[in-house]
Write a protein that binds this ligand. Structure first.
Ligand SMILES: [Zn+2]
Ligand SMILES: [Zn+2]
Length: 861
């Protein structure tokens, strides 16, 4: 069966005779107990073995655990189990991203404590994960809301503070009036709305905030993306690259004309060579000079309502290309420092304060966005760059210099070319003009070459309760005083007043706020902001290596053994935030001497979503299929098999009850097959019959089994085509059944070998059932003592192959020969084939090209 025609739940599944003694509830409970007793999944660093660290992103425990969640864990568990069977020392841990707003919101709503709500959810999540039999080392479980974890957030924060990587500054922030807290840029969605309140417009406010200096690592975060090529999806690498957004360009100051005391406006451009074509200077609505420019301007009355409206709406960079560009003229003019030309100063919504200097020059003839804006508002579009060697760009030409048209009418030229109409720089190629003009600006003192990043420092302050307290104290005498390490952790007060309104809950808790200064002992105040929960998830994977260390975040030697993470699995939604912060945190820890690698994650896999009715499963849409419910009805193994079978792991999966039935029937069919045969073969010694197989039937059955094993091995190891691996196992099952009904001449030893292979191939996906069948086949040790089987190349080989016959390079026929047939033999057969003969009759064969077992090409004259 080819991969294209595999339909979920239909391949190889009979519709009748599904009754069997398979009782997944009993089987699954039995083996989970055995695994726990034998401590099968508990691992420790062991330098004598190759290690493998496989990790699924840690869940935020909220709501019901549904099958959308389970897919992620099922994929990780297959990988973990296959690696174990292949002799690796596998670290496969699980924990909880337990701080965060929903707990606090639920606490406010239900008048409980966030801890209570969180722990209840953790208990439920844990129960479901255990019910599914995922092979976690539960001794390493962590919960980020516990002081034993968050004290290390505080400890690393203090190290950052010592190194100037954590600092405070007043800044404009996104403020959700419903959450009553600051939101990260990433939490502002759909062009200006709160990520949690999709109907609430985010406001802009200015307050003192704590920041971590991610920009200090901007170059490294960008350059090290190269190290992730091949291991991370290209799409994620590209998203990070864009997020970091490095631009090489120049800053240039434009003086404001006719306005006494006005500061010059500094713009950033990546194309200083186009500055002679600038027809406006455009400021971001939140640019600090806007008010000054409007003061006394004839356009003030007209402009102010427009400005107010723009300031209300925050714009996300992703939306810039497609959004409607709006702007207004301030009534003021700027002077182009290169030619003294007076150009209007505008304010527009597509210029962002967060990027560059918050001001640009508009060069409509050479920038798409500027062109669109200037066309809308009727600003001129002079051409100052033409293609190299070309003289005609746009027509109709108007005034010309050296024969080239100078006004762009219906398009822009954004490529590099040759400067025209650019004073002394005319005739220079763009790259030369860029460096010469930046040099000139620097000499004259109105500009310089500069590299900028889109990446901003990470604002980590949250005015919320349920997060890590920032370990800082303010003393009226000593100012800002870090909490000494010996006083960590700074604990959250146990009984906060949570109202969801006003200032931070910690600020409203006097027993938390009031403290004494570690330096002078005088009365002092604690910092009342808590940390963004992305801090918690930035390094949790290190803690798993040494989860209960109370002297340090972790033991460096243990981390050195387990790291890097060999395989990380999670949703594409974390492509920038979590994964970028994790990379940043790793580099900081490396510079602190705690770890010895530049990147924490060697390979990343982003799985598709589970959908129902065409949309992702989510509680708010009411389309979830509860994981526990699923396990109760069909058993965990059926649920696991289904999520792996219904679609390739990287693609979205559309939930189908019918297909689950199919997976359920298939497992019953396998159970029945083994159950029926086991009594006759259980007592046999496990011998690999292998090549000693004699009858044709035996050979054909073994061939199918080893061919399947060969494909499944590569589907597990390299390609992750779990769905096609399962389809192949289904085919093999059919083949075994067909031999049964033929009144077979297959000896019991051969039968045993094939059934064992079948069970072993299913083991990573349906581990409980496989254990049960393994035991039924007479094995006592448990599958955890068994290695992944090796396929036998000789057995897998086909006896006969089809050779494609070409005449002068065109396919003219096919012949069947036994494997390894000689060239002469193949040529003889080919020439006897009527459809080949048509093209060779009466002609002379001048050349024969033979690719053994594949192709014969005859060249005739
Ligand atoms: Zn909100
Ligand atoms: Zn003091």
């Amino acid at each position: 069966m080819t991969e294209q025609n595999i339909q979920a739940g239909t391949a190889g599944i009979p519709t009748t005779g599904t009754a069997s003694n398979y009782d997944p509830q009993k089987v699954e409970a039995k083996w989970q107990k055995r695994w726990a007793e034998a401590r099968v999944f508990e691992t420790d660093a062991d330098p004598s073995k190759p290690k493998y660290y496989v990790l699924e992103m840690l869940p935020y425990p909220s709501g019901t655990m549904h099958m959308g969640h389970m897919r992620n864990y099922a994929i990780g568990d297959v990988v973990a189990r296959v690696k174990r069977m292949r002799g690796f020392n596998v670290l496969h841990p699980m924990g909880w991203d337990a701080f965060g707003l929903p707990a606090e919101n639920a606490a406010i709503k239900n008048n409980t404590h966030p801890r209570e709500w969180t722990n209840k959810n953790i208990a439920e999540f844990q129960r479901v994960l255990r019910r599914f039999g995922f092979s976690y080392d539960w001794r390493r479980e962590i919960s980020t809301c516990e002081p034993e974890y968050y004290r290390w957030n505080q400890w690393v924060f203090l190290r950052m503070l010592e190194r100037g990587l954590a600092y405070r500054k007043k800044s404009r922030v996104n403020w959700c009036p419903k959450c009553c807290t600051v939101l990260a840029n990433e939490q502002v969605v759909n062009g200006g709305y709160c990520w949690r309140h999709e109907d609430t417009l985010v406001e802009s406010r200015e307050i003192e905030q704590w920041f971590l200096k991610t920009t200090e690592y901007a170059d490294q975060l960008l350059d090290d993306l190269k190290k992730l090529e091949g291991g991370w999806p290209e799409r994620v690498i590209l998203m990070q690259k864009n997020w970091i957004g490095k631009s090489q360009g120049a800053k240039v100051k434009f003086a404001v004309a006719d306005l006494a005391g006005a500061e010059p406006i500094e713009i950033f451009t990546t194309r200083i060579d186009t500055i002679y074509g600038a027809t406006a200077v455009i400021l971001a609505p939140t640019h600090p000079l806007v008010s000054k420019l409007l003061e006394g301007s004839p356009k003030r009355a007209e402009a102010e309502p427009k400005l107010a409206k723009m300031r209300q709406t925050s714009v996300k960079t992703e939306d810039l290309a497609t959004m409607e560009k709006e702007g207004f003229f301030t009534g003021r003019f700027a002077l182009n420092p290169f030619n003294g030309e007076k150009i209007p100063i505008w304010v527009a919504n597509f210029v962002l304060m967060e990027y560059g200097t918050g001001a640009i020059m508009a060069v409509p003839a050479h920038d798409e966005r500027d062109f669109e804006f200037c066309a809308k508002y009727g600003l001129p579009k002079p051409i100052v760059v033409i293609p190299k060697g070309g003289s005609e760009t746009q027509d109709p030409p108007s005034k010309t210099e050296g024969g080239a048209p100078t006004i762009a009418t219906d398009g822009v030229f954004t490529e590099y070319g040759v400067s025209i109409n650019s004073g002394p720089f005319s005739g220079m190629e763009s790259a030369t003009a860029i460096s010469k003009m930046a040099e000139f600006a620097e000499q004259k003192g109105f500009g310089r070459a500069e590299t900028i990043f889109r990446l901003k420092d990470w604002g980590i302050s949250r005015q919320r309760y349920w997060g890590t307290p920032i370990p800082v104290i303010y003393c009226s005498k000593d100012g800002l005083v870090p909490v000494p390490d010996k006083d960590l952790p700074v604990l959250l007060p146990p009984n906060p007043k949570l109202t969801g309104e006003g200032e931070s809950p910690l600020a409203a808790t006097p027993e938390f706020v009031n403290t004494s200064c570690p330096k002078c002992g005088g009365p002092a105040r604690r910092e009342t902001d808590t940390m963004d929960t992305f801090v918690d998830s930035s390094w949790y994977f290190y803690r798993y290596c040494d989860a209960h260390n109370d002297k340090a975040p972790f033991d460096a030697a243990k981390v050195a053994y387990w790291f890097q993470i060999d395989q990380y699995i999670g949703g594409i939604t974390h492509a920038i935030l979590h994964l970028l912060y994790s990379r940043f945190w790793c580099k900081v820890m490396r510079d602190l001497g705690l770890v010895h690698h530049d990147e924490p994650i060697a390979r990343l896999f982003t799985q598709g979503m589970v959908q129902k009715g065409g949309v992702a499963m989510s509680k708010s849409r009411g389309n979830v299929v509860g994981a526990e419910e699923m396990a109760q009805k069909y058993g965990a193994d059926t649920g696991r098999l289904y999520t792996l079978f219904a679609a390739p792991p990287e693609k979205d999966l559309e939930w189908s009850e019918e297909s689950i039935e199919g997976s359920w029937r298939f497992l019953n069919r396998v159970y029945r097959l083994v159950e029926r045969r086991a009594p006759a073969i259980r007592g046999l010694k496990s011998v690999k019959v292998g090549a000693a197989a004699t009858s044709a039937e035996e050979k054909s059955l073994l061939r199918k089994a080893h061919q399947t094993l060969r494909r499944v091995t590569s589907d597990f190891e390299t390609r992750w085509h779990f769905n096609s691996a399962i389809a192949l196992v289904m085919e093999l099952t059919n083949e075994i059944y067909s031999h049964e009904s033929l009144g077979s001449t297959v000896r019991p030893e051969v039968r045993k070998e094939v059934l064992e292979l079948l069970v072993l191939m299913l083991a990573p996906m349906t581990p409980h059932l496989s254990e049960e069948l393994w035991e039924m086949l007479g094995h006592e040790g448990g599958l955890w003592t068994v290695s992944w089987p090796k396929f036998n190349e000789e057995l897998a080989r086909e006896d006969e192959v089809e050779i494609v016959v070409q005449v002068k390079g065109r396919v003219r026929g096919k012949v069947k020969v036994s494997v390894g047939a000689s060239e002469d033999e193949v040529v003889k057969l080919a020439l006897a084939d009527p459809s080949v003969e048509q093209h060779t009759a009466g002609k002379q064969i001048v050349k024969k090209i033979y690719v053994p077992d594949k192709l014969l090409n005859l060249v005739v004259d």
